[in-house]
Design a protein around this ligand. Structure first.
Ligand code: SAM
Length: 284
């Protein structure tokens, strides 16, 4: 049965009396060429463990299972589980979990797990943050995201196109924008185009500051984008620091307090987070 054939998918869903839910981002891939691209970009070897986010009816899961040693497929919609089981019957090394991915414990995975997912777009940001936070356990993440998100992830840090997620992704991973994917490659057709992006997680992040503080400083710098760094950081509930302490940290990091967060390079974010760490320590 070809799951990339829209007539087959339509008939299958009708037979199981399933109406797809927009709010769960249920747009299934129906382009065999794109499917092959995903599998090839994910660089799966026969000894790999692969985690798939949002398995749907198993279109991509089948392809992953043909290559990997073990596949863990997470899908929130209980109605799709019988279809998934049926489509993965020949692949006993596939575990199908009916679960919200945001609740999934990534630390339970073997190290160097490869993540693959045609993501449900309504929770793209929390999924990416969860993956980045679990970087130590993961080898890479090959994700289909909305085109704008792909552009944001691969934007140059220090330019207006960047945001907090750009800095987080590039601090922990090599980010590759791979290819645009037209909305016509999905059933039902979504309103937006998509793109494939690969995050290859680094053994060591590209900064020295304590991780939690680096996250807080980046988040605070972009949270009030129109304000100067001095204003944005001293008004941040995540840092909870007096204005004078923020000014001192900025000066020690040799960063003009009047600059905006979006102009900082990754190296400057690191310097700033290290100086803020020093301020926080002297207050303890
Ligand atoms: N992998 C399939 C494909 O490529 O055709 C389906 C991809 S579809 C864009 C996203 C899938 O994620 C849907 O099957 C949806 O039910 C599932 N999903 C939505 N929210 C989820 C969540 N919080 N946790 C796990 N799966 C979720």
């Amino acid at each position: 049965m070809s799951l990339t054939n829209p007539s087959v998918v339509r008939a299958l869903l009708a037979r199981h009396k399933i109406r797809l839910r927009k709010r769960w981002g249920q747009n299934f891939l129906i382009d065999a060429h794109v499917l092959e691209k995903i599998v090839s970009f994910a660089q799966i070897n026969s000894d790999d463990t692969v985690l798939e986010i949002g398995a749907g009816i198993g279109t991509l899961t089948q392809k992953l299972a043909e290559r990997a040693a073990r596949v863990i497929a997470v899908e929130i919609d209980a109605r799709l589980i019988p279809l998934l089981r049926e489509h993965l019957r020949a692949h006993s090394h596939t575990e199908i979990l009916c679960q919200d991915f945001l609740e999934f414990d990534l630390k339970s995975l073997p190290s160097q797990t490869k993540v693959v997912g045609n993501l449900p777009y309504y929770i793209t940001a929390p999924i990416l943050e969860k993956l980045i936070e679990a970087h130590k356990h993961l080898h890479s993440a090959l994700v289909m995201v909305q085109l704008e998100v792909a552009e944001k992830l691969s934007a140059l840090v220090g330019t207006r196109d960047a945001s907090a997620i750009t800095v987080f992704a590039q601090a922990f991973a090599d980010v590759e924008y791979l290819t645009k994917v037209s909305k016509h490659c999905f059933f039902p057709k979504p309103e937006v185009d998509s793109a494939l992006v690969r995050l290859g997680f680094l053994r060591q992040p590209r900064f020295q500051a304590p991780e939690d503080l680096f996250f807080k400083v980046v988040r605070a710098s972009f949270n009030l984008r129109r304000k100067t760094l001095l204003q944005a950081l001293s008004q941040s509930p995540w840092l909870a620091l007096p204005r004078d302490s923020v000014r001192a940290a900025l000066e020690k990091a040799a960063i003009d307090p009047q600059r905006r967060g979006e102009t900082l390079s990754l190296e400057e974010f690191d310097r700033l987070a290290q100086q803020i760490d020093a301020v926080v320590r002297t207050k303890l």
